[in-house]
Every structure is written in C-alpha cells, then in structure tokens.
Design a protein. Structure first.
Length: 322
C-alpha cells in the first residue's frame, strides 16, 4: 500500500508536514473565533441559550418536556415508517426497472433468426419503442423535483377515484422519484462491467435474463453500494416533504411545536441532530457492509474485480447443470 501511495503522489517532507499542521491549526482557530463572534454572541445576546427556550427539549423537569418528546417520538416514528416503506419499494421497483431496461436494450440488438422477416422486424421495432418509452419515463421522473411528484400524486390520484392515507401518497411519490434514480445507478453498474462476462455466460447456455439476474445484477449491487446507500439517505431526508400533504412527520410536528413554544432555533437544532444521527448510522452501516464484501472477495484468493464474476459464473454453471 505504501508503494502504491508513493506512485500516486509525492510523500510530503518534514517542512511540508509542518506547514500543513500550522495551516490546519490557524484555520481551526479562525473558524472557532468566527463562530464565537458571528454565531454564539449574537444568539446569546438575544437569549437563545436560555433554559426558557431549551427547557422543553432538554430538561426532564420541565412541564412540557414529556409532551414535546411524545410528539417528536410520533413524528420520528412516522418518518421512519414512510422512509422504510419508500426504501423497500424504491429498491424493488428500481431493480425491476433496471433489469427491464437492460433486457429491452438486449432485445433491440437481437436479429431473431429463425422467425419470419416481418415478425423479426416487428419484435425488434417493439423492443426499440419500449426501450425509448422507459427511457423517456426515467428522464421525466428523474428531472421532476420530488416535491412536485409528491404533490401531484396526492392531488392527482383522488381525481381518478384512488384514495389513500397521506402516508401512502408520500411513499408513492418518493418511490416514483427514487426508483428511477436507483434504476439508473444499477443499470450503469451493470453496463460498466466487462463485456466478457456476458459472453462467458452465453457460452455456458445462460439466457440474457439469467445472465442479468445471476451475474450482472449481484455485481452491480456490490459495486454501486455507496451510491445506493447515498440515495437511501436521500429518501429518508425527503420524507420531510410530507408536510405539503399534511403528513405528520418529524418536521411537520416540529412546526407545530414551534407554534406553541415559540423556539424555532432550538426545535430545528434538535430535529437536525436526530436526522444527522440516523443518516450517520446509515453511512456507517454502508461502510461496514462494504468492508465485509471486500473481505469476502479477498478471502477467495482472486483479484477484487474477478472474484465476484468467477464465483457467480461457477454458480450459474451449477444451476444450469441441475
């Protein structure tokens, strides 16, 4: 590893390390001084650190403490419920859409030999049209702001006689947006794999769908895991948009508390800490899963890029033999 690092960049010498250390210390001191004069002192002069404002949130002896945290607990529960449902549905729909786009692209390249010429052209044309339709849908829903998607779901479905609770309008709106993003993440992951893997799968008799399902898709999940986790964090944060359809998630309940307690800075700071803690936990989970997958590849004694493909093709051969 040390040899690789020296190839990538020059190792800083003692003088450069001293300069870096001094610069870091100076920058830290400047930031702390700036935070004191620009943030702490103005807030302190306006009494924003008084227990009258913070008490309902941090002081168990305060008469409003239990009620405040009961409401925040309800909001957090609703947030996590909507996020969990949206994450699961987005992963399922996004995976299916990614596989569909890969299969349609593969079908559009097939010659359909053995069929009559008109039928062959019809199937190829149909595959091309369906591929274009799915691409347009992906670009449209990916380009729309998620808040507009949620709003139109909540207002449009009732116009067609389809009524749900506000939870499901939020989940459907989040799923529509995030599933197309996840589909593009997985599709780019599968298309970025070496083409020889698909050829090897075809050589052992696997169909394009089997190749995608058994060889390409598992590797795409491993390779694109950081991007997938980042998108799941986005899903969790976007649940805060539920307030536009009167869904009582954490931010919506926070606004209700502010209307009663008149302490917006304090309430929003607590809500921000809650979201940061949850998102940080998701990030650490992603790092843990990535380390486990990396150790699994190294334990096979194969290069990191070849181990998954080799193992999966071996499994596919076994499945084909059975």
């Amino acid at each position: 590893m040390s040899q690789q690092n020296t190839v990538l960049y020059d190792v800083p010498g003692p003088r450069q390390r001293r300069i870096t250390l001094i610069s870091s210390i100076v920058a830290t001191v400047v930031l702390l001084v700036g935070a004191y004069f620009l943030i702490y002192r103005p807030l302190d002069e306006k009494g924003q650190f008084s227990m009258e404002l913070w008490g309902p949130l941090v002081d168990p002896s305060n008469e409003n403490f239990s009620q405040v945290w009961d409401r925040l607990g309800l909001g957090l529960k609703n947030t996590l419920t909507a996020a969990a449902l949206a994450i699961v549905s987005s992963l399922v729909v996004g995976t299916l859409l990614a596989v569909l786009r890969i299969q349609l692209k593969s079908l559009a390249r097939r010659r359909f030999t053995g069929l009559a010429t008109p039928v062959s052209y019809l199937l190829r044309g149909l595959s091309t049209v369906l591929s274009a339709i799915t691409r347009v849908c992906v670009e449209v829903f990916r380009g729309l702001p998620v808040v507009i998607t949620i709003f139109f779901v909540a207002r449009g479905f009732p116009e067609f006689g389809v009524t749900f609770g506000s939870l499901w309008y939020l989940v459907i709106g989040l799923t529509i947006y995030n599933s197309v993003v996840i589909a593009e993440i997985l599709r780019s992951g599968m298309e970025g794999l070496p083409g020889g893997q698909g050829e090897a799968a075809a050589a052992i008799g696997l169909s394009p769908l089997q190749t995608t399902r058994m060889i390409l898709l598992p590797q795409a999940f491993r390779i694109m895991l950081p991007a997938l986790i980042s998108q799941l964090v986005v899903v969790l944060k976007d649940t805060s948009l539920g307030f536009i359809i009167s869904y009582e998630e954490t931010l919506s309940i926070g606004k209700q508390l502010i209307g009663v307690l008149d302490n917006p800075i304090q309430v929003y700071v607590v809500i921000a800490v809650i979201f940061i803690a949850i998102n940080y936990s998701l990030s650490k989970l992603a790092q843990y899963v990535q380390r486990r997958l990396s150790r699994g590849r190294k334990s096979k004694g194969l290069p990191a890029q070849q181990a998954p493909a080799t193992a999966l093709i071996s499994q596919a051969e076994g499945a084909g033999g059975n």
